[in-house]
Write a protein that binds this ligand. Sequence first.
Ligand SMILES: Cc1cc2nc3c(=O)[nH]c(=O)nc-3n(C[C@H](O)[C@H](O)[C@H](O)COP(=O)(O)OP(=O)(O)OC[C@H]3O[C@@H](n4cnc5c(N)ncnc54)[C@H](O)[C@@H]3O)c2cc1C
Length: 375
Amino acid sequence: MNNPKVVIIGGGLAGLTAALDLVQKEIPVLVIEKNQYPSHKVCGEYVSNEVKPYLEQLGLELDGLGLPKIDTLQVSTQNGKLIEIDLPLGGFGISRYAFDHKLYQLALKKGVDFLFDTVIDVQLVNDEFSITLASKEKISSAVVLGAFGKRSNLDIKLNRNFIKEKSPWLGIKSHYKNNGHPSNLVGLHNFPGGYGGLSLTEEGDVNFCCLVKYESFKKEGDIEAFNQTVVSQNPYLRDFLSNAKTKFEKPLSIAQISFEKKKAVDNHILMCGDTAGLIHPLCGNGMAMAIHSAKLAAEQVAMFTEKPNFTRKDMEKEYQILWEKNFRKRLWMGRCLQELMLHTKWFNLGMYTVANSKILLRELISSTHGNPILN
Ligand SMILES: Cc1cc2nc3c(=O)[nH]c(=O)nc-3n(C[C@H](O)[C@H](O)[C@H](O)COP(=O)(O)OP(=O)(O)OC[C@H]3O[C@@H](n4cnc5c(N)ncnc54)[C@H](O)[C@@H]3O)c2cc1C
């Protein structure tokens, strides 16, 4: 595709959703993605229902896929205090392997162009973006959406602030044969220095995904020892791991996961999904936010390409305002909840309070989630 109007860097959930939304608005779009589909990603794989109607409007048939419907959350402390609560909106379980791939196939069908390469630089010069690929090819476009995830070579190239700080967070995930995990349940279990989520995928496997501070992990040296010594201090995770059979050759892991503030518009690029900010995974809402932010960006891009009086400056300003309005408070709340969960004494105390007040827990869940979104 020569000089596409809109280029999306990164074809994860945010990039693919923005692409689908833009082609639906009849705006030609090119997605540049560095990896081939399908592939596994470190993720809890619980998707909040708030994005279900929007995804369906974009053409993604979810109901026919027989996905686990999740309506109950279980939370446990290290010492085995457990509470269970209905999820106000609920969600569904799907692996990133299947989710991203389905969106990719749909995007191809709807006419989105794809280029498999790594973007190494992007600059706005004379009101036009110049995008440089690892293959040395150069592409220009009027608009660029940044959907390149939590941490990318481009964050360094664009000199983004969060990348200058080291982050202590490590994510680990593997799929296991189901050994009795109920399909309607997402579990969130605390252990020293982190927590792990359990839920089912479309295959009926259990996805076990942890977020952990590197200092808690490094003493053990490898994931197996870490699971046995640290993770298994939580009795529910000990039970799960004691007879769990992994389906992965080896677990996936990613280091340096940053939850620091990022700019939603940086170097004139509208940032979507984790590129604009990552909510703490215990909220189970990062994917929904990535999809929602893509929708907001696509709307602004449509205004910019269709309305002569709506300038680039207007587009950037409007998107920034909308992003702050929809997500800033949720990110802050997620940060507070994660700090509480990792503070063993306060978490134990908090769990006793919450266990006696399910209204309070429902309030906490609602404060990190949005309402169902429609196109
Ligand atoms: C441990 C953990 C557990 C989580 N659990 C959940 C959960 O249960 N529920 C939930 O809703 N959220 C969860 N999240 C959050 C969720 O995974 C993210 O919010 C979501 O993946 C964001 O999607 P994205 O499209 O922004 O990024 P990604 O899906 O990471 O996509 C970014 C894409 O950009 C590509 N890319 C990067 N750099 C370049 C480049 N230079 N050129 C070309 N392509 C590039 C990458 O290959 C990638 O495909 C979790 C996160 C973590 C860390």
